[in-house]
Design a protein around this ligand. Sequence first.
Ligand code: FAD
Length: 433
Amino acid sequence: MKSISRRQIIKALGAGGALSSLGLAGCAGQGVTPGKAAAKVVVVGGGFGGATCAKYLKRFDSDLEVTLVEQNRQYTTCPGSNWVLGGIRTMDDITHGYGDLNSRYGVKVVHDTVTAIEPGQRRVVLAGGQSLVYDRLVVSPGIDFRWEEIEGYDASVAEQIPHAWKAGPQTRLLYDQLRAMRDGGTVIIAPPGNPFRCPPGPYERTSMIAHYLKTHKPRSKILVLDTKDAFSKKGLFEAGWAALYPGMIEWVPGSKGGKVERVDAATRTVYAQGGLDQHKADVINIIPPQRAGQLAQVAGLTNDSGWCPVNQQTFESSIHPGIHVIGDSSIAGAMPKSGHSANSQAKMTAAAIVAMLKDLPVISPSHVNTCYSLIAPDYGITVAAVYRLQDGAIAGVEGAGGVSPTDVPHQFRTQEARYAEGWYTSITQDSFR
Ligand code: FAD
């Protein structure tokens, strides 16, 4: 495989990010000097961030030796997992393998868990006993939960009361509980405070569960007990709920007793306002507060916030040079924690690493994020934004992006629902194929 040209790089970046100025012009054809070993880049975590970064590192410089370490053999996307709960997609539809990254791009894929990072030795240690040395390391381990924040709710209780905020068996558990629930039952959904993975996600989930209940168990209710007083696309969600699911959804903001403080799994009861408010439900979905993925914590890549501070241009850790942290784990200025953001950051980081390894100037990045949400199968809404580096920080570009308009004919929402499906196909294609 040959290194690709500057034009091809710009084209390749089109789906998730754009280059405002490219320092990689000299990259094409500048392969390995005969006799000199290829630079080694190890990428940990094969989600939207890691898989995309591994692929684009090879696309930008096919001479690199790129190894992706992912603990699971298949990746189930969180995007689309709410659609599974709504009964409009299957788990198979949202599950992807890593075969193409190897066969099409030459990424070496290792299925193992990274247990430690040794920045001094530039080495990662795997649970299987192997260790891998690197010239540059990319870490994209997603999120972990702050189990200590809600009394009575931890990893073992989540086996009965799912969070379903990492897709896979947890999605299946919530799905099964909703299917087993009686008509006339109550579902509680408890979203966390900011920042967390996928700001509109809990409200799309509310919508998709409402769609299922309306179709199969129409006497049921959904109580959203929120930590916050506002949420992403709130006006659009509430208008959709009023139009499609009148009387089914009640949303309680944090300032009015929405913040869940304790869970009693045995009686399926949640407590708020110091125990003054108690709510019993047939199905409970707690989405706990979050922090960077466990590996980032173990490796000392996090600060007091629980997330990873990084150089906003290169995503190189501000704590450990030579290690880049991307995706949900990173602190990325105004960018939300989303698959689209992770994909965009991954490409910019791949470009930065290729430039750094070749002593070329690093590009000034431009990022993009779009989050579609389905309120019903034929009713979609969206939020989109473009980001640029301003005074060393990733900031939204004024006037670019925005949310779906209000007061549009139903046909407009149907069109956005089709765009949401198209978005899913293209982002998974871009990350895993
Ligand atoms: P992840 O995708 O979580 O990937 C992390 C990977 O690292 C995992 O595969 C994990 O197995 C692996 N890993 C972790 N630790 C180790 C280790 N020590 N060793 C080896 N492997 C390890 N985003 C959107 O853009 N659009 C949407 O519509 C959307 N919908 C969503 C709906 C829901 C319900 C949820 C919960 C999220 C949604 N998101 C959406 C957000 C999106 O899923 C995340 O932002 C995205 O997955 C972040 O990518 P990441 O690479 O940071 O982490």
